[in-house]
Design a protein around this ligand. Structure first.
Ligand code: AMP
Ligand code: ZN
Length: 113
């Protein structure tokens, strides 16, 4: 059985999807930690940022530029926002499918660790 984010990509699990193209998908986090809390994921299953290979060239920059474009659409450009990737146990990664968090819409905490 595929992982929860692959299920959102496949359409077997509902997601609040804002955008997708051939390589990435953007949907709202189910437990938002800010007024805007989106997840930018590769459509291909990659378990962690540490599992990117040469085949995935330009995927991370594409995820970043997608996030920045969506931040603009969500009205965050003038206000600021945060982009975060958690990796592995101590990094706090809970879902084993690479994802970039986009957080904004309030003054975010200064704590990152
Ligand atoms: P991380 O701790 O970086 O692995 O973050 C995983 C994120 O995925 C958390 O913020 C969860 O709230 C979110 N999440 C888990 N399941 C779903 C889902 N089905 N749809 C949307 N977001 C989810
Ligand atoms: Zn997956």
């Amino acid at each position: 059985m595929s992982c929860v984010f692959c299920q959102i990509v496949e359409g077997t699990n509902p997601g609040d999807i804002l955008f997708h193209d051939s390589r990435v998908m953007v949907f709202r986090d189910i437990h938002p930690q800010a007024p805007v809390h989106l997840l930018i994921i590769p459509k291909k299953h990659i378990s962690s940022v540490t599992r990117l290979t040469g085949e995935d060239e330009n995927l991370l920059p594409h995820m970043m530029t997608t996030a920045i474009e969506i931040a603009k659409r969500e009205g965050l450009w003038g206000k600021g926002f945060r982009l975060v990737i958690n990796s592995g146990q101590q990094g706090g990664q809970l879902v084993p499918h690479l994802h970039l968090h986009l957080l904004g819409g309030k003054q975010l905490s200064g704590q990152l660790g």
